[in-house]
Design a protein around this ligand. Sequence first.
Ligand SMILES: Cc1cc2nc3c(=O)[nH]c(=O)nc-3n(C[C@H](O)[C@H](O)[C@H](O)COP(=O)(O)OP(=O)(O)OC[C@H]3O[C@@H](n4cnc5c(N)ncnc54)[C@H](O)[C@@H]3O)c2cc1C
Length: 716
Amino acid sequence: MKKIAILGLVLALVLAFFAFDLNQVLTLEGLKAGLAQIRTLRTESPVMVALVYFAGYVLVTALSLPGAVIMTLAGGALFGLAGGTLIVSFASSIGATLAFLASRFLLRDLVQARFGNRLKAINEGMAKDGPMYLFTLRLVPLFPFFLVNLLMGLTPIRTVSYYWVSQLGMLAGTLVYVNAGTQLAQITSLSGILSPGLLLSFVLLGLFPMLAKRLASFVQNRRVYAKWQRPKTFDRNLVVIGGGAAGLVTSYIAAAVKAKVTLIEAHKMGGDCLNYGCVPSKALIKSARIAHQMRHAENYGLSAVDPKFSFSKVMARVQAVIATVAPHDSVARYTELGVEVLEGYAKIVDPWTVEIKLNNGDTQRLTTRSIVIAAGARPFVPPLPGLDDVGYVTSDTLWDEFAKLDAPPARLVVLGGGPIGCELAQSFARLGSKVTQIEMAPRLMLREDLEVSELARDALTRDGIEVLTGHKALRCEKDGERKFIVVEHQGAEQRIAFDALLCAVGRVARLQGYGLEELGIPTERTVTVNDTLATLYPNIYAAGDVAGPYQFTHTASHMAWYAAVNALFGDFKKFKVDYSVVPWATFIEPEVARVGLNEQEAREKNIAFEVTKYGIDDLDRAIADGVAQGFVKVLTVPGKDRILGVTIVGEHAADVLAEFVLAMKHGLGLNKILGTIHTYPTLAEANKYAAGEWKRAHAPQKVLAWLQRFHAWKRG
Ligand SMILES: Cc1cc2nc3c(=O)[nH]c(=O)nc-3n(C[C@H](O)[C@H](O)[C@H](O)COP(=O)(O)OP(=O)(O)OC[C@H]3O[C@@H](n4cnc5c(N)ncnc54)[C@H](O)[C@@H]3O)c2cc1C
């Protein structure tokens, strides 16, 4: 009841404001028109005018009415710089706090519904840094102040804190605007417009947001660095921790722009991609694929053969491929490029110092202006009872462990139905292992659309893999030399015997042991970074798997550019990392590749879309190559050819996708793809045909009907 009464009063005041056309008064013209009159009044009864002005200001801000800026300018014009600042500072803070309270007690539901998206950002900021966040919001006018009041009322901040932080944060802005108001009062003639004082005030108004941003980050930095002693000079411009894709590209860029950079790698140059990830897995996939083709050679008019091979030679080839690629990432190459490479384990000891335990046993300390953490990720091993007893491999250990075997494991359990699990399960099945793949989720490759998961499942099943989705691994057991994994499905337990178990249930960022804890650098699943990839410390950045949100080599390199440039040149300009067009692929057969949204993501994000699909079973080249399966699925903005996302399933899908990646990156629509000549016969033609499908569905039916009549008329 009380709520309704207050709400009624607020509404009545707002209505009165508009009914009496006060919004017209609170304009620059209105202010100038009435200024002389108010000034006369002020000379006659200064206290009364000040009180009325104060009350009016409080009312306008408390009711979130338009006109606070004009009121502030008027404050300067009427009461001068000191008096105006004093009055406005208190009036605006009281008004803001009243609006904040009104929102807290009255408008909670309404504001939540109307500005829910913005509220999310504010809540995240509040959770991280409470009053400091509010201070920054007040200082840097990114959000309109009335919105800050309304949205802050929905956060748990205390009213007293809200008041004083607001007053302090708004002071600089108040000064700038009141000062501009004092100058406004001087304009009595045309020449007044060009007075140096007024020009300076306008310059200040323009520069204020930038200066305020600088001030906010200065205050923030002082807090963050308070307990550390900054060196007077630095040994390096940049120290990079980790020699995987992210670290290599970061140090490459730093050296290219002539910075003094040291790259530290604890283990193997090239990181996971070269040594345990992309490169060995793709080498293995190739051998497995050839074995599969030999077995199915009759599809091509040849005699099928059961491939005879030495598994150790297959694994030796994998190592040979790694060795051939390794020089690209080697110490020698990077040294030649101008990067100092140290082989050892790095630890950040303070925001500007890195200590390295060199592999030769020595210890070295380097001071540096900036640090980029590129420490990568490692396989996650689930806490499964009995797992250590039965033994397991991960993508890290599999290449060495299996290289010791004469033949692929007879019975292999692959735990995990994500991309890595699927790629390795298919490869080992094709090399002759009896593979059982266990996934807790209801389907494989959960991030992809349902039909993609189903195609993947069909493909793996055709290769002889027993795919157990919706199966939860409970424990491992040993019976003499025999090993089992026990899984549960719909309440029933099943015991699966195996010879080897591969854990591929995801990868977790490396977060321990190199100084993050001691420096208090926040982490969640990954190192917490802002959109310029800076950590809590503005001179320490993170890139690649250690920082997420994607775990790919190409995203690691992409992030590395931002980390390197921001770390070296951030004093002048910082770039926000752009994840708007990120492609990826899963290299099973048929390959699955995606860029942008798929249907399930578009629905989750409530983004309207149209789907156009072209079946690759119809594509000449795919038919000739005996790979006529899969599709190109394009999501577009309804009624437009703008591409929101593409999923391709089929032979060389990842390569075929590149055209769409380019199109999305540079804003080219399906009409442009349709208007481009594609070589015949290629797999890439599928893209053009998908664009053609879209065009057909959007053909202007009315115009076509008229054309039909026109042609009929021409025929006579
Ligand atoms: C089986 C498998 C297949 C994959 N296939 C693909 C694929 O086809 N395409 C794709 O894009 N991605 C693929 N990935 C993912 C890809 O490997 C990673 O995304 C990529 O390696 C991430 O690079 P990074 O530089 O962030 O980390 P990493 O490559 O992990 O490099 C981090 C490096 O930091 C070092 N390090 C850590 N801490 C310290 C320290 N304190 N001091 C010194 N050095 C340190 C580590 O030794 C490591 O070498 C695959 C991964 C796996 C496991």
